[in-house]
Design a binder for this molecule. Structure first.
Ligand SMILES: *[C@@H]1O[C@H](CO)[C@@H](O)[C@H](O)[C@H]1NC(C)=O
Ligand SMILES: *[C@@H]1O[C@H](CO)[C@@H](O)[C@H](O)[C@H]1NC(C)=O
Ligand SMILES: *[C@@H]1O[C@H](CO)[C@@H](O)[C@H](O)[C@H]1NC(C)=O
Ligand SMILES: *[C@@H]1O[C@H](CO)[C@@H](O)[C@H](O)[C@H]1NC(C)=O
Ligand SMILES: [Zn+2]
Length: 421
C-alpha cells in the first residue's frame, strides 16, 4: 500500500552524502567574536567555545542525527533532514524567565551559510521539569531567511509567542537545504544596528502537545491500513470513546481504501476528522512554498469534496515542523491548531519488531510521565491488538477520553457524547 510504503521508506532513510568540506569563516565574524559589545542588558547565550556546554554553562548539542563539526568559536551543521535540530539551553532543564528582556529585546544570531532553516524558542512544561511529558511543552518558530541580513539575524523576542516565564531553549531545525549552516554567536540584545530591517511577525497558529481540559485525554490516530478500519471502529464503539483521526487526502481519494466510506461513518458516529497533508511527506523539507501549499490545499479540497467538512486541526506527517509549514497553514486556515503529541505508543518503532509489547510499555510510560495526547496508527495488527488495553489503562487513570478539539475546550467542538467520570 502506497501510504505504508512511503511511511517506511521515509522512516528508514539515512543520510547518504558525506558532509562537504566546511567553508572558511568570514574574517569579519572573527572580529565580531573578539569585540563583543558588553552591554549590561545583553545575555550572552552561546559562543560555542565548548563542545557540550554553552556560555551559560548549560547543554547544547545536536538531536535526531544531525551531523555537526565543532571548533572552539563555532559549530557547523550538515543537515540532510528537516527533523535534524540543534538546541542550546537557557536553563539546565527548568524554566528561564525572559521577562527582564521583554518585550523590547532581540534574539541575535551570528551565522554564515544557508538561511533555509527555522529558529525555535521552546517553552518548558508547567512543572519546569524535563522528565515530565511533554518536554518541551510547545514552541514558536520563525523563518531564518526572513530575518537574516549579511551574517546577522535579529528577531524581536515578542515574535515568539510562548509563555516567556518558561523558556527552556533556542533551537535550529526545519532545514530545507543540504547547504551547511555555521553558528558563531547567540545572544539576547537590547537593540539592533540602525537600519537593520525587521519583518512583521507572521501568523503561524498554535502548536499543541497536550490536552488542557482537566482530567481529559485524547487519542490522535493517523494513517491506517484499510483492513483494520472496521476493527478500530468496533473497539471505539464498544469502549464508548470518541477520538480524532488525522487523514491524508491521497488515501481518502483512493477508492481501493474504502476510506471515504469509513471516515464518513466515523463522522456520523461523532469522531473528529482532521488534516494530515495530501501525500504524507515531510512538508517542512520541501524545497518550495508551492509544494507545501499543495499538501495543504489538496488535503482541504478532498475533505470538502468527499467528506463535506472543514477543520482547523492539522497534524504534520512524522511530526515534522518548521516555520514555513506553520505559516502556510495559517495562510489557508484561520487560527490553525497544529497538533503533535505527548504520548507516543511508538508503533513506528516496535509494531513489526520481535518485541511488539514495547508499544504498551511506551504508552504507559508516557501517560505516567504526564502525557495526555496520544499518537498512534492502525497500520499493524499488533498496535490494533493493544488498542483496547491502552484505552482501558487511560480510563483506569480516571481520565476522560474525548476528541482533541473537546480536550482543548474549543468552543467550536460538539458537546461530549459520553459522560465524564
Ligand atoms: C569587514 O568589515 C570591514 C568594516 O568593518 C569592511 O571594510 C570589510 O570590507 C569587511 N570585509 C569583508 C570580507 O566583508
Ligand atoms: C522532576 O520530576 C520527577 C518525577 O517525574 C521528580 O522525581 C523530580 O524530583 C522532579 N525534579 C524537580 C527538579 O522537581
Ligand atoms: C467500507 O466502509 C463502510 C463504512 O464503514 C462499511 O460499511 C463497508 O462494509 C466497507 N466496505 C468494505 C468493502 O470494506
Ligand atoms: C480513580 O477513582 C477511583 C474512585 O474515585 C479511585 O478509587 C481510584 O483510586 C482512582 N484511581 C486513580 C489512578 O487515581
Ligand atoms: Zn502520519
Amino acid at each position: 500500500m502506497l501510504l505504508l510504503l512511503t511511511w517506511h521508506i521515509l522512516i528508514t532513510s539515512v543520510q547518504a552524502t558525506p558532509p562537504p568540506p566546511p567553508p572558511p569563516p568570514s574574517p569579519n565574524l572573527t572580529d565580531i567574536l573578539h569585540n563583543p559589545e558588553a552591554s549590561p542588558n545583553t545575555l550572552l547565550i552561546d559562543t560555542f567555545l565548548h563542545q557540550d556546554v554553552n556560555d551559560l554553562g548549560h547543554w547544547h548539542g545536536p538531536l535526531e542525527g544531525l551531523t555537526v563539526h565543532h571548533s572552539p568559536g563555532f559549530v557547523r551543521f550538515f543537515p540532510s533532514d528537516p527533523d535534524h535540530n540543534y538546541h542550546t539551553q537557557l536553563s539546565a532543564s527548568s524554566c528561564f524567565d525572559l521577562r527582564p528582556y521583554q518585550p523590547t529585546h532581540f534574539l541575535h544570531i551570528v551565522f554564515s551559510g544557508t538561511t533555509k532553516f527555522s529558529i525555535f524558542l521552546n517553552q518548558n512544561n508547567p512543572a519546569c521539569n524535563f522528565t515530565r511529558n511533554p518536554f518541551p511543552q510547545t514552541s514558536d518558530v520563525v523563518e531564518a531567511a526572513r530575518y537574516a541580513r549579511g551574517n546577522d539575524i535579529y528577531i524581536p523576542l515578542a515574535h515568539f509567542q510562548i509563555d516567556q516565564t518558561r523558556a527552556v531553549s533556542v533551537s535550529f531545525g526545519g532545514f530545507y537545504s543540504l547547504e551547511p549552516l555555521t553558528l558563531y554567536r547567540i545572544e539576547i540584545v537590547p537593540s539592533i544596528p540602525v537600519g537593520f530591517p525587521v519583518p512583521h511577525r507572521m501568523n503561524n497558529g498554535r502548536l499543541v502537545l497536550t490536552c488542557s481540559r482537566p482530567g481529559s485525554f485524547a487519542f490522535g490516530i493517523d494513517d491506517g491500513q484499510p483492513r483494520f478500519a472496521q476493527e478500530v471502529m468496533k473497539i471505539l464503539e464498544e469502549e464508548r470513546v470518541l477520538v480524532t483521526f488525522f487523514v491524508v487526502g491521497l488515501g481518502l481519494r483512493d477508492r481501493d481504501t474504502n476510506f471515504s466510506n469509513v471516515y464518513r461513518e466515523m463522522i456520523k458516529r461523532g469522531h473528529q476528522i482532521a488534516l494530515h497533508s495530501d501525500t504524507h511527506r515531510k512538508m517542512e523539507g520541501l524545497a518550495s512554498t508551492a509544494d507545501i501549499d499543495r499538501e495543504i490545499v489538496e488535503n482541504i479540497k478532498s475533505f470538502r469534496q468527499i467528506l463535506g467538512i472543514e477543520t482547523h486541526y492539522f497534524r504534520p506527517p512524522f511530526g515534522t515542523l518548521g516555520a514555513r509549514t506553520r505559516q502556510r497553514l495559517a495562510n489557508f486556515i484561520t487560527d490553525p491548531q497544529v497538533i503533535t503529541w505527548s504520548v507516543d505508543i511508538e508503533d513506528w518503532l516496535w509494531a513489526d519488531s520481535k518485541t511488539p509489547e514495547k508499544q504498551r510499555e511506551a504508552f504507559f510510560r508516557d501517560v505516567m510521565h504526564g502525557g495526555n495526547l496520544a499518537v498512534m496508527h492502525f497500520l499493524s495488527p499488533t498496535t490494533v491488538g493493544y488498542f483496547r488495553e491502552v484505552i482501558q489503562f487511560v480510563k483506569g487513570q480516571n481520565k476522560s477520553i474525548m476528541r482533541i478539539d473537546q480536550c482543548l475546550g474549543d468552543p467550536r467542538s460538539p458537546p461530549l457524547k459520553y459522560p465524564v467520570h
